[in-house]
Design a protein around this ligand. Sequence first.
Ligand code: RTP
Ligand code: MG
Length: 165
Amino acid sequence: MNLKTKIENKTMIKTEDKNKTQKSEKDIKDCERSLIIIKPDGVEKKAVGDIISRFEKAGLEIERIRVLEMDRTIAYTHYREHEGRPYFERLMNYMTSGPSIVMIIKGENAISKSRELMGPTDPAKAPKGSIRGDYGSDVTINSIHGSDCSESAEREINIFFGNYL
Ligand code: RTP
Ligand code: MG
């Protein structure tokens, strides 16, 4: 439902129809969520507008958004499962190198749609037209993060937006 229709419906609504409104609001909440980070290289390249536009054109919505310059603690909390990998220190230095844009994206199949828009981890293997294919520099400096499953999304949303859910 577009915004204008929603406003008109709400304006016309009678008291006995209020339950219906509550149901449709609940339906919106049931949509899938993903935690997306436009990493510091994406911000430096001024790709934020283009990247957000790709999500919008794919039918996804921004539910929350913030600009955040990560410290090591928050970067570590987010990527702790990679600790011990050879690229981990470089990943920490990368994620703390400047501001990131952190967003909750929501909509039908938000997780798989986001991963599709991002392309594979390594920009060299990512097709042109994918975010990493267009903006990524190498397998670590790859412009964007997206949750890989709903459990990860919930954990990551909690890191960046507290007990919002
Ligand atoms: P992300 O979590 O950021 O969405 O990326 P992903 O699922 O595609 O890839 P993942 O394996 O979870 O890796 C997390 C991030 O670590 C860096 N990385 N560097 N071989 C390397 O140098 C290497 N492998 C991974 C990337 O920044 C990757 O996005
Ligand atoms: Mg991952």
